[in-house]
Design a protein around this ligand. Sequence first.
Ligand code: DGJ
Length: 773
Amino acid sequence: MLFLSMTWTVERFSRSKKLGGNNAMSRGRRTLLLLCLLLMASLLSAHTLRADNSIRTDAKISYDPQTHVFRLAGADISYIFGVNERQQLQSIYWGQRLPDADSIASVHSVGGSSSFDPPINATQQEYVAWGGGLYVTPDVKVTFADGNRDLVLQYVSHQIDGNHLNILLKDVQREVYVTLSYTVDAETGILARSARIENRTNAALTVEELNAATWNLPAASDYQLYQLTGKWAGEWNLQRQSMHPGKTMMESRRGSTGDEINPWFALERGVSQGEQSDDVWFGALGWSGSWQIAIEQDYVHQTRITGGYSGFDFAYHLAPGESLHSPTFYAGFAQHGMGEASRLLHRYELHALVPQRANWRPRPVLYNSWEATGFDVDEAGQEVLAEKAARIGVERFVIDDGWFGQRNSDHAGLGDWNVNSKKFPHGLKPLIDKVHSLGMDFGLWVEPEMVNADSDLYRAHPDWVLNFPGRPRTEERNQMVLNLARPDVRAYVYGVLDHLLSSHDIAFLKWDYNRNWSEPGWPSAALEDQKKVYVDYVQNLYGILAQLRVAHPGVEIESCSGGGARVDLGILQLTDEAWPSDNTDPFDRLAIQNGFSYAYAPGLMMSWVTDSPNWVNGRATSLPYRFLSSMQGSLGIGANLNQWSAEEIQTAKTFIAQYKLIRPIVQQGSLYRLIEPSGDSPYVVTESVSRERQQAVVFAFLHSSQQRLAYPPVYLRGLDPEVNYRLKVLDGNLNGSVPASASGAFWMHYGLHFNLRGDYEAAALLLEKEGVQ
Ligand code: DGJ
């Protein structure tokens, strides 16, 4: 089509020239022009083919000294702002990439709508301090020792280094500096922004708010805001609401990320609720402590998104010469709806953030007996399970809670990280050796940030927990939170883990965190430093994880938090996967996994096959249904293998072997949510397409068929329309009329017709490009 319209252009061009008489083109020139146009056409058609993914993979930052305009470009996006006449950084544009040749005029502040409405509020600034009549959300707020609380930042200088930009701002009077940092990703156009405030005055000041960035969107009244909310065993619910003037505050005051709301957002322009259409701006915070994201539509309908440390109970004392760094706020733009937004985020996480970014290894199939044995772990019992796990194809065997101290229930033992000698009389080594001899690697559960009152650690160091002296210490799950901000606690926790990893051959830690903070006091710190606990705790957590990874480079870590309560782009830079929910019911999981996928890559999501009926809700499902639900993420087995029949063992073997074939596609591919879980529909379909569009995997689920209605046709996406894909049914049924091989166009437009009937039925298919081994 594009080719035809290009040749038509050549025709018309030559004819008009001819009609003009004098300048008829030579044949040679015409051929050259035709070749150029063909080249352009093929580039443009490549553009069209790949429009759903990213088109360009370059990044560029420039500054125009005439107009004072900064242009950041990466992949398909442009992000543009300028320095206005008030020396403020003013946002100009964020969206589809603009050609470099298009000039952008210098920018001027926007007047208020009345004489008592200072322009500082209507002007969309990149980063604005509280001062000078600001009423919209500030990025930073301070109190000086002399009582002054006014801070007004102006541009001073900047530095460009490849795809990285630093901009220095300074208060109009005082020696308070803020450095803004921008990095633009060449593959996805996702920007990473953060800020650092530095006190160069000769008196202390207190930072009361510090955000990483403000993202500004064009004025419009048709934004839809998406958020991920939940609770224990019911995490990752996608919420959608229309934006209107006013402010929506998303936050966690829990001391960590929580399942109540995740530090992720998306704003879609328009009303189509599209997986495929509409402009979407999305972002997520890289911070695992208390956080906030304010989404504000101001009185002229401009939308600003400001995120960083939670301002609640926040105060960070900065002595002269000291500085404070904000978390990093990541954000991107997608032209093709929510589907593309999450695919960009997944790609960014996998190639730019997670520890394995440079060298992704498929996530191994794991076994964990938590749901089967609870705290009753011992050498003999675990060895039996290990043998069975190895037989079905498991690659990693993990001991969960209960292996240490007096840990026979959740009432005691946390903090005492010595192997329980009754359960493991010879230590862990014989079991680890056995696991290795079976061809698996070994993993261990830890919850290093916590302590039970009934533990040797607490008896020795009751002052190590978060507390206010003389006040009650609230327990959740019978445990308290160790104050990791304290240097001695940090050293203890690192020492324990380093010793465990040095004295055992351990490949994996399941790092659990089973409660939120209460009474967040740090009595041993100087009074003015006590609230630093919100920052220093998390920095020390990151420090321990980073130090462990350096000292034990082979060890992988899962971020688990009583379900999916601590999943964010901060912890994911130091851990290899996340546990999304304690709810392992395969039907509930379809919705949980779907929500998770809006913000985080399926390859980072641990998904267990457990026993039926499920402990959460008593629901009975078949083993194939359970496998297919879990195979959409990183597969684990959490069932009691001792109770599986020979037939079930054989079924598991088959599914695990199939999973190993498809896991690179599921874990690293592009995810298309073809039919999303919804209370109104009994159908769910996902599709994952490999990076080069060589293969695709499709999972289809039926809750319950009604009124003899057929499963709706499923139209695939993201395939190469012009090549043939062979179809392989991994499990379940298709209607007999489906061809064994057909073009990508066929699968995308004619579609697939599943033959699923009954309750909790599922199917899975693999499509492979013809000629690919
Ligand atoms: C909560 C986790 O989410 C579970 O998987 C399990 O590890 C328990 N903690 C152990 O106490």
